[in-house]
Design a protein around this ligand. Structure first.
Ligand code: FAD
Length: 333
């Protein structure tokens, strides 16, 4: 097994938003536990926050051996530079074998910068992780070529091996409440907290309050919706199902709905239990953002629409006829 002079630990970068732990932290910690057991190594989960509404030691229940806490005012708002500095400093000092971070908006922002700082590579947006039984190296699977193939990537010449992983890729196992972790507060030099970015505050933008990546049901609309007001139909359906509204790039480009709702290659990647594609043709770029959904319902008037190839339920017809009927049926129940 290739281990070099590294500690061999798996370092998971956790995410806390306004005091609340992002579920991806638990998913990644549990996956890291599974990988670490095969490598015979430990799992360290790093948390950076100004406040937190949980007992951080509880991450042991999902497999953390060490919970590394860096606490302070600089984490009140997300600051890419501070995240990058802290994570890079800790990687250089701890020499982990593997570093995993969630492919959330912030994870996608700081991890490339961390990779550059610690002179290693990064496999972004993974949907599968495994260990090569011969080399002990991480096998990182992700969609490639616009989502047309799944590529499994090994980076034997670049350590630590680093990957970002799409939220909701891995199931969360039942917590083992008897498990304990050591909580550590590492000493860090003051300069890691210095930044050329000063965050003055946060402004609300339509669509930012709900992150469609975290939802079980996403109802997405495309160019077939024809105008902004027609998205109200999808909002009604989504709200009845306890979900949120997504969109194709064509709908976003037409300014019918804001960018945080865009699903696809240049938007968000979602993995809900149910994904509705309404008036969306199913371009490879759109599929790249939703094809890991458990169940796809497609509504399109074109029987040849490519979206039907990935649909579990294909409803061929006019969306302005079909969607109100679905809403009506749900309301009857
Ligand atoms: P269209 O392809 O125009 O499809 C509209 C569909 O609506 C048609 O299938 C039509 O049959 C159906 N329809 C029309 N009226 C009705 C009706 N009354 N009832 C039922 N069905 C109806 N796209 C994304 O979505 N996300 C991305 O992140 C993304 N990133 C991209 C990145 C790059 C680099 C590039 C080059 C492109 C990207 N695209 C992305 C754009 C992508 O190629 C498509 O142009 C886009 O997905 C098309 O959106 P659409 O399906 O809504 O529109």
């Amino acid at each position: 097994m290739q281990r070099s002079n590294r500690s061999g630990e798996i370092l998971v970068i956790g995410e806390i938003r306004e005091g609340t732990l992002h579920s991806a932290t638990v998913e990644l910690t549990a996956k890291a536990r599974e990988l670490a057991d095969r490598l015979g190594t430990k799992v360290t989960t790093l948390l950076m926050y100004d406040r937190v509404d949980m007992n951080v030691e509880d991450l042991a229940w999902w497999g953390a051996d060490v919970v590394l806490c860096v606490v302070g005012e600089p984490f009140r708002y997300f600051n890419q530079e501070v995240y990058t500095n802290v994570i890079s400093y800790l990687i250089k000092g701890r020499n982990p074998q593997i570093v995993l971070a969630p492919a959330t908006t912030s994870g996608r922002t700081y991890m490339p910068a961390v990779a550059a700082k610690v002179h290693t590579g990064l496999t972004a947006d993974c949907t599968g992780l495994d260990i090569d039984a011969d080399t002990g190296l991480l096998l990182q699977t992700r969609p490639a070529i616009g989502g047309n193939i799944m590529a499994t990537i090994q980076t034997p010449n670049h350590l630590p091996q680093m990957a970002t992983v799409r939220p909701r890729t891995f199931p969360v196992p039942k917590p083992n409440r008897g498990r304990k972790a050591r909580v550590e507060h590492p000493d860090l030099p003051g300069e890691v907290f210095t930044s050329s970015i000063e965050v003055l505050g946060k402004e609300h933008q339509e669509g930012m309050d709900v992150n469609i990546q975290d939802l079980d049901v996403v109802v997405s609309g495309g160019k077939g919706l024809k105008k902004a007001e027609n998205f109200n139909l999808l909002r009604e359906l989504a709200s009845l199902l306890g979900g949120g509204v997504g969109a194709s790039r064509a709908a976003v480009d037409n300014k019918w709905i804001s960018y945080p709702h865009q699903v696809g290659l240049s938007g968000k990647v979602v993995s809900p239990k149910v994904y509705f594609a309404v008036g969306i043709s199913g371009s490879v770029q759109h599929l790249a953002g939703m094809q890991t959904a458990d169940f796809v319902v497609a509504i399109n008037k074109d029987p040849e629409a490519p979206i039907f190839r990935v649909a579990d339920i294909a409803l061929c017809g006019d969306l302005f006829d079909i969607v109100p009927r679905i809403i009506e049926k749900i309301k009857e129940q």
